[in-house]
Design a protein around this ligand. Structure first.
Ligand code: DAH
Length: 346
């Protein structure tokens, strides 16, 4: 085979060889095997020394053409491979914006917080402000200034945790009444105070050593029991439904006179009587009354000038009634299956 034939053969096999290559490394190697120092072109030219000048000229021209053609073909192939790589990358990275998004897990509002938010919304809309007080309270504010002197038998119902003889975990939110009166110094008051309270109770379905109350206190000129009833009727309708009614029953609290216990009509039987309301048609929801003269006086208010009412709502109690929860411990054990049920509650 002479040199010219050898060169032509190179061109013949090129297409087929290039077709089999699909990465840049292999292409580079293939290019070297054609155009490199030890490549097929170089070896075809190796024996040119022995040829005539004419033959050398012809072969030289021909080989230059072929080299140029090879360069072009390798360059084309290189670009084709690079395009294919980019194409593949774009395909694998493309985003289908029409796919549904991934829902991130979110928390929900705890049912007790929801109740407190509802109570705050309601009472703020009636002109109340939200007051706060400490959970570690003095015996004086939690009991004595609420007309419960040391040794008073009504203290039994509110046995709590003592830090020392004078400091305790508050057993009710009522001491915030005292704190507010001392601060306002005889001026009218209209507050609610939601918060945690503590009692030395063994935990069971209806008792918890820590629970929540929402205190209310309204003091002003000519505030009457009718105002109290109005404030609580609004609450019952907002929390349980417009069709609900309330009734007041005589009761006793040392800090109110007269004192009442407030029932709301049973939502399950509509007042006819069922197992939830123990066949009475009514469910007890809170304690309230007209603020006792002694309580007013002890915190610097003149009962002849100013008087009013107070109430203490059991936050767990109304939440349990509203959502038909039968065990108070559910609120505090953080079982996600329980809490998830309230994600959508409004
Ligand atoms: N503090 C009372 C309790 O824990 C509830 C209560 C009753 C609060 C009557 C009041 C009230 O403000 O007037 O049982």
């Amino acid at each position: 085979m002479n040199e010219l034939e050898q060169l032509d053969k190179v061109v013949d096999s090129l297409d087929e060889e290039l077709n089999q290559i699909d990465d840049l490394n292999a292409l580079q190697q293939k290019k070297a095997s054609y155009l490199g120092k030890k490549g097929v072109i170089a070896s075809a030219m190796a024996n040119m020394r022995d040829l005539s000048i004419e033959a050398r000229k012809e072969i030289g021209m021909r080989s230059n053409k072929i080299k140029q053609m090879l360069e072009e073909r390798f360059e084309q192939k290189r670009q084709a491979i690079e395009n294919a790589i980019i194409e593949k990358k774009l395909k694998s990275e493309s985003i289908d914006v029409t796919l549904p998004g991934v829902q991130l897990p979110t928390g929900g509002i705890h049912p007790l917080n929801q109740t407190i938010m509802d109570l705050e919304d309601l009472y703020i809309s009636m002109g109340y402000t939200v007051a706060e007080g400490p959970e570690i309270e003095t015996d004086e504010f939690c009991f004595e200034k609420l007309n419960l002197p040391k040794g008073h038998p009504a203290r039994d119902m509110q046995d709590t945790f003592y830090i020392n003889p004078e400091l305790l975990l508050r057993s009710q939110t009522s001491p915030v009444q005292v704190r507010t009166m001392l601060k306002e110094q005889g001026k009218p008051i209209k507050i609610i105070c939601p918060g945690k309270v503590y009692r030395r109770d063994a935990d069971d379905a209806t008792h918890s050593h820590q629970f929540m109350q929402c205190e209310g206190l309204v003091l002003g000129k000519d505030i009457t029991l009718a105002d109290l009833k109005g404030a609580l009727l609004e609450m019952a309708k907002k929390m349980f439904g417009e069709e609900r009614e309330i009734r007041l029953r005589p009761s006793f609290f040392p800090f109110t006179e007269p004192s009442v216990e407030v029932d709301v009509s049973c939502g399950l039987c509509g007042g006819k009587g069922c197992s939830v309301c123990k066949n009475t048609g009514w469910i007890e929801v809170l304690g309230a009354g007209m603020v006792n003269d002694n309580v007013l006086r002890m915190s610097g208010y003149d009962p002849n000038e100013i008087q009013g009412f107070a109430f203490g709502i059991g936050v767990e109690r109304i939440t349990m009634l509203k959502y038909r929860i039968d065990d108070i411990r559910n609120f505090y054990t953080n079982d996600i299956r329980f809490l998830n049920q309230f994600k959508e509650v409004k």
